[in-house]
Design a protein around this ligand. Structure first.
Ligand SMILES: Nc1ncnc2c1ncn2[C@@H]1O[C@H](COP(=O)(O)OP(=O)(O)OP(=O)(O)O)[C@@H](O)[C@H]1O
Ligand SMILES: [Mg+2]
Length: 501
């Protein structure tokens, strides 16, 4: 269906692609994996006409093509859902779905026709947003699904999904996997990028691995590929992850005093009478299905919502008055919602990394020498293996590397409480392990960690205990030998059998 070969692309001095080729067959799901910055997005942007290569060729159905732009590629049957969220926030749901011109009747834009076309696709994706709602007001999951819907409405022959699940909760990700398999069943060629390697192995027929702008493993049958060999090919170092402990975390060495506490907290519509503490040195997981309330706990701790009743206490003994007050009281919030993560894209990496600690020092404080800040930022970035010069702008980084910069920013701030929401979404396996090691290290130094994650393996690997939420209430918690993925999944979905606490 599509053959690309010899693609070359540079960004300034950076070689993003160095002679890359890929072959997509009709009816197959072809996965593309690689470390952050390996060149995956660059490759798919070229194949979908968003970016022009400096060299190489693309053929569609054996006929050579040269895309003049994304719209041209779309007209030829190549649709892309890109890594960055591309909804037009001020347009309605319907307007978002037909970016290349709405269907018309007698020369007039036909809303009825738009709805007729969109309805079956939206329902296949399992969402039902009000057609005239402003897209920017929809939850992130719906916005992500909206983009997928938009691509499908182009009735493509080739569908490219660049990390479509990095903004989706588990249930929506599973729904999407089903849709992708069905589309392949109908004869589409699907190119699928994801850092969730288990997901990749479940969904893909073939896998291509990119490293440093080159194909290191072309189109292997997924059935013949082991997870270990995939990781080794991605990282280029066999056994690179062996050092990362997958074992259960040790009990907190010397639990400090209570660092954060919630007492009888009620937030209308989100939390009902929730009491919870995290001691210094403890890593406490927060789990639940969408809307269960676990994320509201993070919002309350970070000063983004005020409880209607009950109280929240930060390490300084006071309640968070605002998001800013929470930050200056030592709470760091890291979100994997990279689609709105608040980096200053036009500013160099070092300024992004050191931004929070500046805030903490207050306006009257001394100004650390710039060279020292740059050095400090460089140290954090090297530790997280960020590909990019510390003085370069954050906007030029690959998606996963941007997420690492967000993490580095909070590490630099030396917080006493870490509030993490899906912190490793979109981050490659190597950096994920590194991040986990860092979180364990911070806990060992006495920081309290609260973490929510849609990646249950992450909770099981990292947490001392995981508190499970349903409909705004705590329904129980898991620790020790009972803290396993299956137990967690059952508890989130069905609650706890009997009085197990
Ligand atoms: N617009 C740009 N300006 C400058 N450099 C860029 C730009 N886009 C990509 N690059 C660089 O090209 C390289 C490949 O980036 P790309 O986005 O393709 O990586 P990726 O494999 O998609 O990574 P990720 O998993 O983090 O999304 C990186 O070094 C990146 O910094
Ligand atoms: Mg990318």
């Amino acid at each position: 269906m599509l053959v690309a070969s010899g693609l070359v692309k540079h960004y300034g001095g950076v070689t993003a692609l160095d002679g890359v080729g890929i072959t997509l067959d009709a009816g197959e799901v072809h996965a593309l994996v690689g470390e952050n910055g390996a060149g995956k997005s660059t490759l798919v942007k070229i194949v979908s006409g968003v970016v022009r290569p400096e060299g190489g060729t693309i053929a569609l159905d054996r006929a050579p093509v040269r895309f003049a732009g994304a719209r041209h590629a779309a007209a030829q049957g190549v649709a892309i859902v890109s890594q960055e969220l591309m909804t037009y926030d001020d347009l309605t749901v319907l307007e978002n779905l037909f970016p290349y011109g709405a269907p018309r009747r007698r020369g007039l834009v036909s809303t009825r026709e738009m709805r007729r076309l969109a309805r079956p696709v939206l329902s296949e994706l399992g969402i039902d947003p009000p057609p005239h709602a402003r897209a920017g007001d929809l939850p992130l999951t719906d916005r992500q699904m909206l983009e997928i819907c938009r691509a499908l409405l182009q009735e493509p022959r080739v569908l490219i999904l660049d990390e479509p699940t990095s903004a989706l909760p588990r249930d929506a990700a599973e729904r999407l996997a089903g849709v992708v398999r069905r589309l392949a069943g109908r004869g589409l060629a699907v190119l699928y990028i994801s850092h969730f390697l288990e997901e990749v192995m479940r969904i893909a027929d073939r896998v291509t691995v990119l490293r440093d702008g080159r194909v290191v493993r072309p189109g292997a049958e997924a059935a013949d590929v082991s997870l270990d060999s995939l990781v080794a090919a991605m990282l280029g170092e066999p056994g690179a992850l062996a050092a990362a402990p997958r074992a259960m975390p040790a009990a907190p060495r010397s639990p400090g005093g209570v660092a954060v506490s919630l007492t009888g907290v009620t937030v209308p519509g989100r939390l009902r009478d929730v009491s919870l503490t995290a001691a210094g040195g403890e890593i406490v997981g927060l789990a639940g299905l969408q809307g269960a309330g676990h994320l509201a706990v993070l919002d309350a701790v970070c000063g983004r919502v005020r409880p209607a009743s009950g109280s929240v206490r930060l390490p300084d003994g006071r309640a968070p008055r605002s998001a800013r007050h929470a930050v200056t009281s030592g709470v760091a919030f890291v979100s994997g919602d990279r689609k709105g993560r608040g980096l200053m894209l036009d500013k160099p990496l070092w300024e992004n990394v050191t931004a929070v600690s500046w805030l903490g020092q207050g306006r009257g404080g001394f100004l650390p020498r710039r060279a020292r800040l740059v050095d400090r930022a460089r140290g954090h970035l090297e530790r997280l293996r960020v590909r990019g010069d510390v003085r370069a702008g954050a906007g030029g980084l690959s998606g996963g590397n941007q997420q690492k910069v967000v993490l580095a920013k909070w590490l630099d701030a030396a917080p006493s409480v870490l509030a993490l929401d899906d912190p490793t979404r979109g981050v490659d396996v190597g950096a994920r392990a590194e991040l986990h090691a860092i979180v364990r290290g911070l806990a060992a130094e006495g920081k309290a960690v609260l973490i929510a994650s849609s990646d249950l393996a992450e909770l099981v690997e990292l947490c001392h205990r995981v508190v499970v939420f349903q409909r705004g209430r705590i329904v129980g918690s898991l620790a020790g030998a009972r803290l396993t993925e299956p137990e967690l999944s059952v508890a989130m979905n069905a609650g706890f059998a009997g009085p197990a606490r």
